[in-house]
Design a protein. Structure first.
Lengths: 223, 223
DNA sequence: ACAATAGTGTCTCTTAGACAATATCGA
DNA sequence: TCGATATTGTCTAAGAGACACTATTGT
């Protein structure tokens, strides 16, 4: 009566060389054995309390990563997306700084630039594109991109992250005003060093905003 | 290996007496037989091409309704939300004018005001609240509420719909400017009649925007 | 001192809300 | 004509982008 194949997949995104990259793993079983695909797998009804737990478990088991930001993207369903039959994939997406992936140093992890993808197994290309669209859109009016930088960062660094994600420049003054208005960032007393110019002042996300998102009433415009 | 119960539920919303209502049906089988719950059921792998098809099929079979706007809300999962075991419900939401429900005249349909709900089966209360939040939020920056009115409507009528959905007044001039800027509404040459005041001019959604959403760069403020 | 980038002050322009004038209906 | 509501014009205020000025570093 209910022969639906029900899985969970995770789109783990990061910023590398100012470009969005996605974590892919080489599949170790059929179908599509040997091909690069999203981390994912079956729900373990005995150990996962819900699908979010399953996503966290897969992220940790398959990439050695724990992400403070993990959100459900959408569920992709259909009779034809999986050669084994009618399937539903509950997809989550997560954002982490590149160093988190580097430090995990998981041997199976491949970082691939999101706009150089083609020929993915299943509908994973469509899934990744959907996730990237969501992230880009959400970045225009929220603090989402702060999950792509480490604990300490300067405002110009953060602005470059926003610009890399959204793919367009942002007005510097507006950016600082918006970040200030969000009220989630505080200055530290540390400064950049080593560069032949005025050093930036390091900031961090306020304690009470860790793991949360702030949204602004209006999106960024061009800069 | 995969004993997940996988279902589809639909939150069908409408506006009645200027308040959001949801369509509920009396369950005809266990669990929770006899209680009011969201229309839903199992995916039919043989007739549904994807979960959206399943949602449309259920809406038609159980409420006699075809909704031009139907969107995936979220998938609700967990070991405890269904007494039968670990389950995943792919939830869609839809918006239709009240007359569509009235004309369908389906005997099982119950229209219940969304903020008078309590004691729903499963996590249906949580699902409905999530859907209502989504609709309210989306209404602040998009044309979503036009799906709650019929084909012909005046701008003051539409404004009242927006205000009913969002629960707060909107500035009249701003509202008209925004609607004009969306460019999806056109005036007809018909006018209201029968009221002891200047009649409103009827509008309709332009042909090319039927079934689509328009979004504005910035949300409504208070009015 | 110079080049380069960080951080700030301020002007202008857009746009939203307030307010009010005008328009049109039935009684 | 009056009361009620639709529609439009315009003023004001808030906020965003442009621009340029000041600040601070290494060379």
């Amino acid at each position: 009566m209910n022969s639906i194949i029900c899985t969970v997949d995770v789109v783990l995104l990061t910023l590398k060389n100012s470009a969005l990259h996605v974590v892919l793993l080489k599949r170790d079983r059929e179908p599509f054995a040997g091909e690069l695909a999203l981390p994912g797998g079956f729900i373990h009804a005995d150990e996962d309390q819900d699908a979010g737990d399953a996503a966290r478990r897969m992220l940790l088991a398959k990439a050695g990563i724990t992400s403070p930001y993990l959100e459900q993207l959408e569920t992709f369903t259909g009779a034809k997306r999986d050669p084994r039959g009618w399937s539903a994939s509950i997809v989550y997406y997560a954002l982490v700084p590149e160093e988190v992936i580097v430090q995990a140093a998981h041997p199976d992890v491949h970082l691939v630039q999101v706009d150089s993808l083609s020929n993915m197994p299943f509908d994973h290309l469509h899934i990744i594109n959907t996730a990237v669209s969501r992230v880009r859109n959400k970045s225009t009016y929220s603090s989402l991109p702060v999950y792509l930088v480490g604990e300490k960062f300067t405002l110009p660094q953060l602005q470059k992250v926003y610009e890399a994600v959204m793919g367009e420049p942002i007005n510097k003054v507006s950016f600082r005003r918006k970040m200030d208005a969000l009220g989630m960032i505080e200055l530290t007393d540390e400064y950049e060093t080593g560069k032949p110019n005025r050093p930036g002042q390091f900031c961090r996300v306020k304690e009470e905003f860790r793991g949360a998102l702030s949204t602004m009433g209006r999106a960024f415009n061009a800069g």
